[in-house]
Design a protein around this ligand. Sequence first.
Ligand SMILES: [Zn+2]
Length: 261
Amino acid sequence: MNKTRMTILVLLLFGAFFSSNSTTAAVWEEDIIGIGKGWETEVYIYDTKKEGPSVLLVGGVHGDEPAGALAIKELLPELTIDIGKLVVVPEANKQALELDLRYPPGAEDLNRAFVDKEPESWTEKLAKEIYQLIEKHNIDFVFDLHEARDYYRINPDSVGQTIIFNGQGEEIFLAWDIADKINPLLFPIERFIILSPTARDSLTRRAHEELGLTTFIIETTRKQDLDVRIKQQKMVVLSALKLLGLKEDLKLEDLDLFRSH
Ligand SMILES: [Zn+2]
């Protein structure tokens, strides 16, 4: 190959590199926290590198509340966003999910382990790794998907069908905006009520108190069939991403697809 042809080839390759680079859409990247420690779990990151909010979405903090984890896993291929960044932990406490228990025997409640001290137990270490995702990815909003045993609406000892927020300022209105979008699609008893704040030493409470983030817990009610709860969790997640401007292509009418009955 002569020198001129070689130069042209190099220029063509360079051109292909730059043009493909400029048009390539973001892709899911996978990270794993706690590798080899018995509590490792996957983290999925979708970074558009376009200015916009960064959102942390967590499921499976409590093992007997499976709807959030299942909703996230089923939705993941559709959770590609247009701006900002999405960081997803589908199964925060895998051991608890496998046992279908809030937390494994002898362990602690993961959602009371987001403590401001050096971690001792494996649960506190797992909590710390999840919490560190907030600073690592410059997170603005946290959504943590949970379930409760009963409807708050008829039994205020439980928090089923609620959105519980920590925050101040206009960002908290997101909780009411989500409810306004999806409640018309739900039976009256299923409609989400807004509460505040979340429990002390939970992921959402600490992220708000220490870092000033606006954070939300979504609670479905285990008295409903699992497939209904999964649909409700999906509706909340998609509504939130749409309302935050991360997912422009989603039409809220599409939420009808996830109507619970
Ligand atoms: Zn929970």
